[in-house]
Design a protein around this ligand. Structure first.
Ligand SMILES: Nc1ncnc2c1ncn2[C@@H]1O[C@H](COP(=O)(O)OP(=O)(O)O)[C@@H](O)[C@H]1O
Ligand SMILES: [Mg+2]
Length: 351
């Protein structure tokens, strides 16, 4: 028997989605092999030792669910022992565990900070290491590294302030509208704007800078939005059958509203109706991006298929993608013959 420390909640905007993902994992975990130990991290960053049957309160939906914070707080002991087990300290008791499954999205969970802490302690965990997580969290760094490896991504520049726009004027003049303006280290489309004309640019940059201290400005790609689920060790990973996001015509892109607020904001399609040659090219592209960023375990690689040229462009890599039973990452594996429960066991085995 191995004890799996499941970490959920967290300080990012995706706290609630994380709680729903954690419930999915608890329900599907193979109990013949794994015993769960559950930590809920509050929005303020306080760690709580939770019980499986009472870790959340409120309705089980993204806008109503809340972490139960009436439980004892807990500390992760900063040392490793010869058995390679981590230790949690709670009310003078110690709890050992063998593997960590961090199901935390965004900052302080997906961005390498947690992974660095786990590396220090020396326990294995699901997903990419500290450095790779950090690079994938930062869309500017991801793009720079991919371009170096010949992986196309939309033309771009970035600024650290609105005043900085004048310094990148010549690069900006190379970008065709519409542009997408984003905080490079966010998720859920928070702070992202589609900019149709130069007069809207300044406001969009100001919006993005509310969420990050730099702002990515990139050319909009007109085409289809494709997602790929990659699973495996660095250099030996596999890609599931890809899926497609089709945002509603009214919104036109996969905005925060389309993702979470509007019932018909977007349609998802797994598998896609793309021909086998295009599908294979997409899978190879996703794998190349996964390896280029030194990802391991899992990642969802999101890309665009340009309408007129059929050219592929990398959009972003999510190292801890949404993981509820109906999220795209598990859905793409289900469509490829790997059930949700088998997927969880495989990720733990890889860790
Ligand atoms: N260069 C682009 N061309 C076309 N659409 C884009 C581009 N960049 C972003 N988008 C749209 O905005 C959405 C959110 O942007 P994304 O970079 O994926 O941010 P997040 O990390 O918040 O998901 C994408 O899913 C897509 O619909
Ligand atoms: Mg995205």
């Amino acid at each position: 028997m191995k004890t799996v420390l499941i970490l959920c909640g967290g300080r990012s905007e995706e706290h609630e989605i994380s709680l729903i993902s954690a419930k999915g994992i608890l329900d599907a975990l193979d109990r013949k092999v794994y015993t769960p130990l559950l930590i809920g991290i509050s929005k303020k960053g306080i760690w709580h030792l939770e019980q499986e049957n009472s870790f959340y309160i409120g309705e089980f939906r993204a806008d109503k669910i809340k972490l139960n914070e009436k439980t004892p707080t807990v500390t992760l002991a900063p040392f490793s022992n010869e058995k390679k087990q981590g230790t949690l300290l709670c009310e003078e008791k110690g709890y050992n565990f063998d593997i960590v499954f961090p199901i935390l999205h965004g900052r302080f969970g997906e961005d390498g900070t947690l992974q660095g802490m786990l590396d220090m302690i020396g326990v294995p965990y699901v997903g990419s290491n500290c450095g790779s997580s950090w690079l994938c969290m930062d869309k500017v760094l991801t793009k720079i590294l991919c371009l170096r490896e010949g992986i196309p991504t939309a033309k771009f520049t970035w600024v650290e302030s609105v005043e900085g726009l004048t310094k990148v004027q010549s690069e900006l003049s190379q970008l065709k509208y519409p542009l997408f303006v984003k905080p490079p280290r966010q998720g859920s489309s928070v702070g992202v704007s589609k900019v149709n004309s130069p007069k809207e640019l300044k406001t969009a940059v100001e919006t993005a800078l509310k969420y990050d201290n730099k702002c990515l400005i990139e050319e909009g790609i007109k085409g289809r939005e494709i997602e790929c689920a990659v699973l495996g060790r660095h250099g030996q990973a596999k890609v599931a059958t890809p899926g497609e996001i089709i945002p509603s015509k009214k919104i036109g892109w996969y905005s925060f509203e389309a993702k979470y607020l509007l019932a018909e904001g977007a349609e998802t399609k797994v598998p896609t109706d793309l021909d086998s040659q295009t599908t294979e090219a997409i899978k190879a592209f996703a794998l190349k991006a996964f390896d280029c960023l030194e990802c391991s375990g899992m990642a969802r690689v999101d890309l665009f298929l340009e309408e007129t040229t059929n050219q592929l462009y990398l959009n972003e890599i999510n190292t801890i993608p949404g993981f509820t039973p109906i999220s795209m990452y598990p859905k793409m594996w289900q469509a490829s013959g790997l059930s949700y429960s088998e997927l969880i066991s495989e990720l733990l085995r890889l860790a």
